[in-house]
Design a protein around this ligand. Structure first.
Ligand code: AMP
Length: 270
């Protein structure tokens, strides 16, 4: 990497946990368009899993991933072992403020400490000029922006749009575990977001939220949350005021936990 840097080539990093799909590849494509050298990391990061079973069954498809990255003209792949990323007994804590303990952070305690820990290491090792992340994990993007700001890290974060299956389901490595019936059920997430988007801002925010929750339950999907928030702070909003407003949903379909989100209004740059 130092060699490229000496040649004044910009470096783009796409951090992933592997089991690559079109969503990941859209990040590689964005990196190709914006940087000279594209690095993809594949690392199933143990510190961001609070459920050992979830970690154990996380899909690992390295050979297929490498073939996809070759096809996508990714320049380098970083595939570290757990022992190479972590020393024994290592601890990490960074004060992330309220964003850490809401939504995904509330349901997966410690998750964002693990995410920031590994992403900081990846930044230190690869030293990218730009790092690319998906809107699919919107709260993660906000958390990482906060870390970059607080630690004044010399990297720009770019958020890329959510890639969806033709039927609307947000692509996710975990989708491979959905049975065809569960895949159909999972469509309730994107449908609830689309319904909210159609109703916004004419209907009252509380009513839009309740209708989404009722819809999910009617479809047979129990939501962990469906919220309409200020897209900068993730504070739930009581009314439709504000330039950037996002709806966030999480639900378990069968044994698989899925998340999705959609901007209801997006006026300032993201
Ligand atoms: P993961 O391998 O799940 O940790 O994801 C690696 C990166 O890909 C993260 O920045 C995700 O937000 C992004 N990503 C995952 N799914 C999608 C998708 N459907 N569309 C766009 N980006 C995605």
């Amino acid at each position: 990497m130092d060699e490229f840097r000496q040649q004044h080539k910009s470096i783009g990093l796409v951090p992933t946990m592997g089991a690559l799909h079109e969503g990941h590849l859209s990040l590689i494509k964005a990196a190709r368009a914006q940087t000279d050298i594209v690095v993809c990391s594949i690392f199933v990061n143990p510190t961001q899993f609070n459920d050992p079973d979830d970690l154990a069954r996380y899909p690992r498809t390295v050979e297929a991933d490498l073939a996809k990255l070759r096809e996508a003209a990714c320049d380098a792949v970083f595939l570290p072992l757990v022992d190479e990323m972590y020393t024994k007994g290592e601890t990490w804590h960074i004060e992330l403020g309220p964003l850490e303990n809401i939504f995904e952070g509330a349901l997966r305690p410690g998750h964002y400490q693990g995410v920031t820990q590994v992403v900081k290491k990846l930044f230190d090792i690869v030293k990218p000029d730009i790092a690319f992340f998906g809107q699919k994990d919107f709260q993660q993007v906000l958390i990482l922006r906060k870390m970059v700001e607080m630690l004044a890290l010399p990297v720009t974060l770019v958020m890329c749009p959510i890639k969806r299956e033709p039927d609307g389901l947000a692509m996710s490595s975990r989708n491979v575990y959905l049975s065809p019936e569960d895949h159909q059920l999972a469509l309730a997430l994107v449908k609830s977001l689309e319904q909210a988007k159609r109703s916004f801002p004419e209907k009252n925010v509380g009513d839009i939220k309740q209708e989404a929750i009722d819809f999910l339950r009617k479809e047979g999907v129990e939501p962990d949350y469906f919220e309409i928030c200020d897209a900068h702070t993730l504070t739930p909003i009581p009314t439709a005021a504000g330039p950037d407003i996002i709806a966030l949903v999480a639900a378990k379909v069968g044994k698989i936990r899925l998340i999705d989100n959609m901007f209801l209004r997006q006026e300032s740059g993201y």
